[in-house]
Design a protein. Structure first.
Length: 234
């Protein structure tokens, strides 16, 4: 059986993709002098959050995912990032190929929330491989790619931020139920608002105007006690 080894040698943000996309550079090595006619590869990308440290601001941003820092010994579990398929053309011995990974900036997705919380440094990833290899010099042999093939990679956080800025410059992303979107659209049309930003801003301004005043400080607290107990303390 042909032995395969995998290594990730780099990553970049694809500036020409229709949506946010990371492109990983993958080096594939087969047994010496083995002719690989084609390789139908499946790649699972996983985040290994226990593989790095976190500052105070990052820990606060990750609270929804992992809870209090005191619990991280049990909560820093791997997060699913993506699953992609790639067809590798014919090679002998060693080759390099690119693995395009479509991404999302949806903050309801755990992987996107994790990457967004990181301020700098690297994100620890693990790439796990499987698939089918078509090998042989005098004909075709069909072989499985063993499930234990994997490659760790530390992705620079700056690459993720570059990718996000390409598609959402200076913006965040919010997903809403369809009926809520319909109500927002009706409000926008009714008030002839030019953009979604102006629509949300109008709603926030209206909420601020209608917000009830803060409770009376009661000047040293005596009237509050009087209301509760029926008498004021001396």
């Amino acid at each position: 059986m042909t032995e395969f080894a995998f290594a990730c040698t780099g990553v970049r943000a694809d500036p020409y993709a229709a949506g946010p996309t990371l492109v990983f550079r993958l080096r594939i090595t087969a047994s010496a002098d083995t002719r690989v006619h084609a390789l139908a590869l499946r790649c699972q990308l996983r985040i290994e959050p226990a593989g790095r440290g976190y500052g105070r601001g990052e820990a606060a941003a990750l609270h929804d995912l992992f809870g209090e820092r005191s619990r991280w010994g049990s909560t820093l579990q791997p997060l699913q990032f993506a699953q992609v398929a790639v067809m590798v053309p014919s090679f002998t011995g060693e080759t390099e190929t690119e693995v395009a990974v479509p991404c999302t900036y949806d903050m309801d997705i755990a992987a996107a929330r994790y990457f967004d919380a990181l301020e700098d440094g690297e994100a620890p990833l693990l790439m796990l491989f499987s698939g089918t290899a078509f090998t042989g010099s005098g004909g075709f042999h069909v072989e499985p790619v063993p499930w234990d093939r994997e490659a760790p990679y530390r992705m620079p956080v700056a690459v993720w931020r570059e990718m996000v800025e390409q598609h959402f410059p200076g913006c965040g992303w919010l997903r809403l139920p369809r009926d809520t979107m319909a109500e927002l659209l009706a409000y926008r049309s009714r008030h002839a608002l030019a953009s979604w930003e102006s629509t949300v801003r109008a709603l926030l301004d209206a909420a601020e105007v209608n917000e009830p005043p803060p409770p009376d400080s009661d000047r040293a607290g005596a009237p509050v006690l009087q209301r509760v107990t029926g008498r004021a303390t001396p």
